[in-house]
Design a binder for this molecule. Structure first.
Ligand code: GLN
Ligand code: ZN
Length: 775
């Protein structure tokens, strides 16, 4: 019975890796400094894990940027044009060019999400979400006939470094089949799985070297086993592990699955000639029983009993019961305890969260505390329940205090949800009637222009907020500053000729945290950072209790902005799905309940905005697609519920009030029906970079409502001219009837500077006007 871990956050408690990377990229520090920081972090994290009671410390889970990129580099899967000499080692320059583009031009959107964009020189690899987490990995590009060759053996190096330093280490590799399934082919119609035969020798060589270095176990991450698999993928798993398992004796392979249950792939996984199988028993506790019933007696089972993806303490008694269930059927030597997945997705240490109140803190666990829980469970099995009874009792007490806490359970919120009816999710009239009412009220020209919400968060704006936070300025001073910013932006929008204005979101630190600060049921950590990609981290707020809105959140600023102008001012909110998706969510009630609570809280805000005279309200839902379950069979239910929550938020208003929504970085093809079901009067989407390709799904579906396809790729520091935007609009007008088109940028402008925003918006207005003339 061993206490193990699958992976540890890389970024460092004080985000040391972020600082080291950014300083290196800026040319302020040499490579040796970056390497030294990386080494220090690895050592520190190994020690932390060992001290928490972990008996097999994962190594090679660390990465300077991304572990999928590391794998691609290690196996020589590097496209031409990145300065790599075939057969040679991969320089840091090549590595970071793959990650960030030739000049480090890959940029983040308003929420720290990944957007590579075409730059001069070699572009960054495309980035995409790592399963259903908020971590983003770089997508390797493979070619037909691609050959692979080891460019080095980082896993062996890490293993040797850890062993030298006295740590009992278990190397982690991203398994060959998942690696291929997560990659993409340069050629249309190519299938990366065809490359498996060429890839396996590189893995075999790595395993041999690990065995020679003394490794006993290797963790082979194959998270794709929790996805819907084609027959070809299933055969690839069989081929891969038939080939690899024999090669590296006496090395044992721990086939590691996470982010869900194996379901119909359980038999496949159990039939592979590996020595161990890791199961995510947090996401899928129900798979323990069939796994126990079917697993060959000698197969080691690693039980993922501690949630690697949230911030809550484990109910140790419940977890221990699962463990005992396993132990009653198997010899303890064949069992391991682990977090459900890598702790990459957890903040590092609760210890420093001194600003959280003690009660709340008592319910929480970050990576370090989670590892202590793993160690307790392992010890309980080894030494018997009495040995850990004190810890179990303490865990019971934490669970009990949470269950009973009035801070979690607000009867008014429960009553509100219980009183909800299907009518709450329905606007008064169908779209055509609403459209007529809105046209009569708003009286907008053809191709109406607007923006997505935020204006540049300049250093000055951020400094003003920081000064207020530190108490250096009074609330009155801060608000006077915001009023001045808003007034200036309103005047500028009027002069620029924008038809529907925004107030600019100067008061907002972030599109989620800002709202969370107004809502009951949310808490904030000081250091609860998790890596989003590369050096970028997010600090999601924590939803610990029933969510409600004690008072209006945005009405004052929107109403003030509206008071400055006769043109319509668009109110700006973040939707219920996104509010939940970008938070750590309580695990004691179903996620759908939390989402619905958010929906009602936002519904009240929308109603209040309407009552304050705001004629249009935008409810941003960029995360709606992100929440899509990994398995196709689960998607319809999620989409139905997500759409309903959006509609609950949006539907309290009269026909004449226009509801907008906005989504960026989305593929719409497979969810377009649900997008249409949201029934927003206007949707704005990100289409400039794809040159309106993303609009195709809307055209094919005959999407009935109004659409603002983005005409300015705001992720690049580049100002498109009017001609370019006009061309894009003309392409759009071939797909969507012109009378239903809006004109706007791809996304919010908070990451841009005014020196770009002013000319780009002027060009955008000119483009719209030129089309009006012709119409
Ligand atoms: N209203 C937000 C903004 O403009 C939308 C951001 C987003 O979609 N990521 O900043
Ligand atoms: Zn956006």
């Amino acid at each position: 019975m061993t206490a193990t871990n699958l992976g540890f956050p890389r970024i460092g408690l004080k985000r040391e890796l972020k600082s080291a990377l950014e300083s290196f990229w800026a040319g302020k520090t040499p490579e040796s400094d970056l390497r030294a920081t990386a080494k220090m972090l690895r050592q520190r994290h190994w020690a932390l894990q060992r001290d928490a009671g972990i008996e097999r410390v994962p190594v090679n889970d660390f990465s300077l940027y991304d572990h999928v990129l590391d794998t691609a580099c290690a196996v020589g899967a590097i496209p031409d044009g990145y300065g790599w000499q075939k057969g040679g080692p991969v320089s840091l320059e090549t590595y970071f060019t793959l990650a960030r583009g030739e000049r480090g031009t890959a940029e983040a959107c308003a929420h720290g999400h990944a957007h590579a964009h075409p730059a001069k020189g070699a572009p960054a690899l495309e980035m995409t979400k790592w399963f259903d987490t908020n971590y983003h990995y770089l997508v390797p590009i493979l070619r037909r006939g691609q050959d692979f060759a080891a460019t080095g053996f980082p896993a062996v190096e890490a293993y040797e470094a850890a062993t030298r330093a006295g740590f009992p280490a278990r190397p982690v590799l991203l398994g060959p089949v998942s690696f291929l399934l997560l990659s993409k082919m340069a050629e249309e119609g190519g299938d990366a799985l065809d490359l498996l035969p060429g890839l396996l020798p590189v893995y075999a060589e790595t395993l041999k070297r690990l065995a020679a270095a003394g490794a006993r176990w290797v963790q082979m991450d194959e998270p794709c086993l929790v996805l819907d698999l084609s027959d070809k993928a299933r055969r690839a798993f069989a081929t891969a592990y038939d080939t690899l398992s024999g090669i590296a004796a006496p090395l044992s392979l721990m086939l590691t699955t996470y982010f869900g249950g194996l379901r119909e792939n359980l038999d496949l996984a159990l039939a592979l000639p590996v020595h161990g199988l890791h199961l995510d028993l947090v996401r899928a506790p129900e798979q323990l029983a069939p796994a126990l019933a079917k697993a060959p007696p000698r197969l080691a089972l690693s039980l993922g009993l501690v949630n690697g993806r949230n911030v809550w303490r484990t109910d140790l008694r419940a977890a221990f019961a699962l463990l005992r269930e396993a132990a009653s059927e198997r010899r303890a030597e064949t069992l391991m305890v682990a977090p459900s997945c890598s702790l990459l997705h957890s903040p590092i240490d609760l210890e420093g969260e001194t600003a959280l109140d003690p009660e709340l803190r008592g319910w929480m666990a970050f990576a370090r505390q989670k590892l202590e829980e793993v160690a307790i469970l392992a010890r309980g099995l080894r030494e018997g329940a009495p040995a850990i009874e004190a810890a179990l009792a303490e865990s019971d007490a934490a669970q009990e205090s949470r269950r009973a806490s009035p801070r979690l359970n607000d009867p008014a919120v429960a009553a509100r949800l219980a009183a909800g009816t299907p009518e709450d999710a329905r606007r008064a009239s169908p779209f055509p009637a609403r459209q007529a009412a809105q046209r009569a009220r708003l009286n907008l020209p053809a191709f109406p222009t607007t923006t997505i919400g935020s204006f540049p968060q300049t250093a000055e704006v951020r400094a003003a907020r920081a000064a207020r936070k530190r108490g250096e300025t009074t609330q009155e001073e801060y608000e006077a500053y915001l009023r001045a910013q808003i007034e200036e932006s309103v005047r500028w929008q009027e002069e620029a000729g924008i038809d529907m204005l925004v107030h600019g979101e100067f008061e907002r630190n972030d599109m989620v945290e800002h709202f969370a600060e107004f809502l009951e049921g949310y808490a904030f950590t000081r250091n609860g950072w998790v890596q989003s990609y590369g050096s970028r981290c997010v600090k999601p707020p924590v939803i610990f209790g029933d969510v409600s809105r004690p008072a209006p959140m945005t009405v004052r600023w929107s109403a003030y902005a509206q008071s400055l102008t006769a043109l319509p001012m668009k109110g700006m909110l973040t939707g219920p799905v996104t509010m939940m998706q970008w938070a750590f969510v309580r695990d004691d009630v179903p996620a759908a309940t939390v989402r619905r609570q958010l929906a009602y809280a936002l519904r009240d805000e929308v109603a209040d905005l309407e009552a304050a005279g705001i004629a249009a309200v935008q409810i941003d839902e960029p995360a709606i697609r992100e929440g899509l379950p990994l398995r196709a069979a689960d998607r319809a239910a999620y989409l139905r519920d997500a759409v309903e929550c959006f509609r609950i938020a949006a539907s309290a208003v009269q026909d004449r009030t226009q509801i907008h929504t906005h989504m960026c970085y989305s593929e719409f093809n497979d969810i377009i029906g649900s997008i249409a079901d949201m029934d927003a009067d206007v949707i704005s989407i990100e289409t400039a970079r794809s040159r309106m390709e993303l609009l195709e799904a809307f055209a094919e579906f005959a999407y009935p409502n109004e659409i603002g396809p983005g005409v300015w790729d705001i992720h690049a520091p580049r100002v498109p001219d009017a001609e370019e935007m006009r061309n894009l609009l003309q392409v759009a007008a071939q797909r969507i009837p012109a009378e239903r088109l809006w004109v706007n940028p791809d996304c919010g402008l908070k990451t841009r500077g005014w020196s770009e925003v002013r000319p780009a918006i002027a060009n955008m207005v000119a483009a719209a006007r030129s089309l009006r003339v012709r119409a």
